[in-house]
Design a binder for this molecule. Structure first.
Ligand code: SF4
Length: 634
């Protein structure tokens, strides 16, 4: 990993390595100010060895006041920002902040009136933004540059302009959004004028030597938007204006899932754009987009396709990622699985991560040694049980984990079966390797019944027995008929033509799994839309692929009965119909918590807890969090 750990000079800023944490929306600020949670989050990543962190968007204009995003539009924000930069520097990393304006993509934010280069909404469902006047653009040039002056005063090493993802500066760069006929619209040079003026004014107000990075799109990925050739022209203009670094991303709200590419997108998906831009300019280029695999990152640098690797989710998942790579402790890395829960589930609250329950709660979740180590039995080796065992063992408890199957992982093993989801298995790999390292006693192939649980001699029992497909009726369908999606993902043969009942995540992923195997798939969902329980980034890609695989989907359709010989009775548009000719009817809904063991032992004198799906069937992120919290309590 020689390239990754070689220093680089960007203007007057010298970085110790090539790993950058690009901006994420962490929602950890309080009243626009740096909070203790912000400090804890970034200090943990600074300690973990990252070269540079670029902070969550700093808002440059008071028209966009937000409680949970950082403000840089007034001097009163400087002291708290300074506390943060001092802490980050003391922990060995450099730090920048991104300056942003929502532009036409801020509809729905309380009190904010969307503005843009032209009155063109980003979606036909949105109201057109108000077109900015030349006077307003000039005032915004001042707002951005004043914010940069504050940023320098607060001790930041660099400032970045958020000129990607469709927000204000990005919309000026895009012919799709910018149809002005004045000096700020027309060809790529004129569309870049707004950003160019900001860079020049920053250099005047914050100092010629204060590094300015511009984060731009290599492609907007929408018709009529920025394409790779335009991106090169833009980068040249920004370089000529004094930019010190170009950071390459992709996508706008109209192509939203491209902004944060989930697990089914290729590693390094933006590298081709960065490579082209790098060939066209002389300043360093950073690139983001599924690059948390150390070997891939090293290869991108070694081949000269970029100068810096931007890793956001990899560092949310494991703040110590750089140090672990540096020390070649690859097996210790808690890898991001690109599930996008950190974005899809966080639209209102502080950041959360599926694989790292500590993310956003670094101080509260600090692992403290147990005051008096105890013996702990964990029943169930799914995610909740494994995380409990891991943290309890780290705290010094004697932990024994019982799993009825011959391997740990539980239901999560099935989550890694559908196409493109193999990386989900890395979470089980990480947790099970920790069992060995931490000395957790694993008893595999050992089912603990209620009677056996009563006889356990440990001080504490944690029941993490998960969930199973429902055996009670639901949707009017007798569950004894048909098979469950979990059986299919475990390899049960289903013949050539199947009907899947349920269009949530399980149904859609099972459909894709079968379509890849050449099956004919019909899917019914009683709601108006499929994928209702999925994050929007993941759903967008999956539904697009399913369409291309020629699935037949019927929404607002209810299966009333499953009859023998592959026949069902369905209600569609208030008519009852009989469909037949299916080789298998697959139920992709209905799971039930397995809480019987807990019910039997909960009143025993021992300390007994129930967690994860055994308590309430839910998402992996909740199971992991349950395990993390209970292990800190015992
Ligand atoms: Fe990665 Fe998922 Fe964690 Fe986000 S929530 S950092 S995508 S593992």
């Amino acid at each position: 990993m020689k390239q990754l750990f070689s220093p680089i000079q960007i203007g007057k800023m010298r970085l110790k390595n090539r790993l950058v944490m690009p901006p994420i929306v962490d929602r950890l600020a309080v009243n626009g100010m740096v909070s203790d949670a912000v400090k804890d989050f970034y200090v943990a990543r600074a300690r973990g060895g990252v070269g540079l962190m670029v902070l969550t968007p700093g808002l440059v204009d008071r028209s966009m006041t937000s409680s949970v995003l950082l403000g840089v539009y007034e001097d009163r924000f400087i002291p708290k920002l300074k506390e943060l930069t001092d802490l980050v520097h003391a922990n060995g990393a450099s730090i920048g902040i991104e300056l942003m304006h929502f532009g036409r993509q801020g509809a729905g934010i309380k009190g904010y009136v969307p503005v843009g280069p032209s009155p063109i909404p980003w979606s036909s469902h949105e109201e057109p933004p108000r077109e900015l006047t030349i006077g307003e653009i000039e005032r915004l040039v001042d707002n951005f540059s004043d914010a940069a002056r504050r940023v320098r005063q607060a001790g930041f090493d660099m400032v970045e302009l958020h000129a990607c993802h469709g927000y204000l500066l990005s919309s000026f760069l895009s012919p799709n959004a910018n149809q002005r006929c004045d000096k700020y619209g027309g060809d790529p040079e004129k569309r870049a004028r707004f950003v160019v003026e900001i860079i020049r004014r920053i250099k005047e107000k914050a100092g010629e030597d204060f590094p300015v990075s511009c984060r731009i799109n290599g492609t907007d990925n929408i018709p009529g938007g920025v394409d790779p050739e335009m991106a090169i022209s833009t980068a040249r203009c920004l370089e000529a204006a004094g930019a010190d670094l170009i950071s390459v991303s992709a996508g706008v709200f109209g192509s939203f899932p491209v902004i944060i590419p989930p697990y089914d997108q290729p590693m390094g998906c933006n590298v081709p754009y960065a490579e082209k831009i790098k060939k066209g300019i002389g300043i360093p280029v950073a690139v983001a987009g599924r690059l948390n695999d150390p070997a891939k990152a090293e290869e991108v640098l070694a081949c000269g396709k970029a100068d810096l690797i931007a890793v956001a989710r990899g560092l949310i998942a494991d703040p110590d990622l750089p140090n672990k790579i540096f020390n070649t402790a690859f097996g210790q890395i808690r890898r991001c699985i690109a599930c996008n829960a950190c974005f899809d589930l966080n639209e209102r609250g502080p950041i959360r991560c599926t694989v790292n329950p500590e993310a956003g709660r670094e101080n509260e979740m600090k692992i403290q040694p147990a005051p008096s180590p105890r013996s702990v039995s964990v029943i169930g080796g799914g995610l909740a049980g494994l995380e409990t065992a891991r943290v309890a063992a780290m705290r010094g408890h004697q932990v024994c984990l019982y799993e009825k199957e011959k391997q740990v992982g539980g239901q999560w093993l099935l989550a890694a079966v559908p196409p493109n989801k193999q990386d989900h298995g890395r979470l089980v790999d990480f947790l099970s390797s920790q069992m060995e390292i931490l000395g957790v006693q694993l008893k595999l192939g050992q089912e603990i019944t209620a009677e056996m649980a009563k006889k356990l001699t440990s001080d504490v029992v944690v029941v993490a027995t998960g969930a199973r497909p429902s055996v009670s009726g639901s949707n009017g369908v007798n569950p004894a008929e048909g098979i469950h999606a979990w059986d299919v993902l475990q390899g049960q043969d289903v013949g050539g033509r199947v009907l899947i009942i349920g269009g949530g995540m399980t149904g859609l992923e099972t459909a894709e799994y079968l379509l890849y195997r050449g099956k004919q798939v019909v899917l019914v969902e009683q709601r108006k839309h499929v994928g209702y329980d999925m994050g929007r980034t993941v759903r967008w890609h999956l539904t697009k692929r399913l369409k291309s695989l020629k699935i037949e989907i019927f929404t607002s359709t209810t299966v009333k009965d499953i009859k023998p010989h592959g026949t069902v009775s369905v209600v569609r548009e208030e008519q009852t119909e009989t469909w037949s000719g299916f080789d298998a009817i697959i139920r992709a809904y209905g799971v039930q918590s397995q809480s019987a063991v807990f019910t039997e032992i909960k009143d025993s004198p021992k300390e007994v807890y129930i967690i994860g799906d055994a308590a309430r069937a839910g998402m992996a992120i909740d199971a992991m969090r349950d395990g993390a919290e209970i292990a800190r309590k015992i």
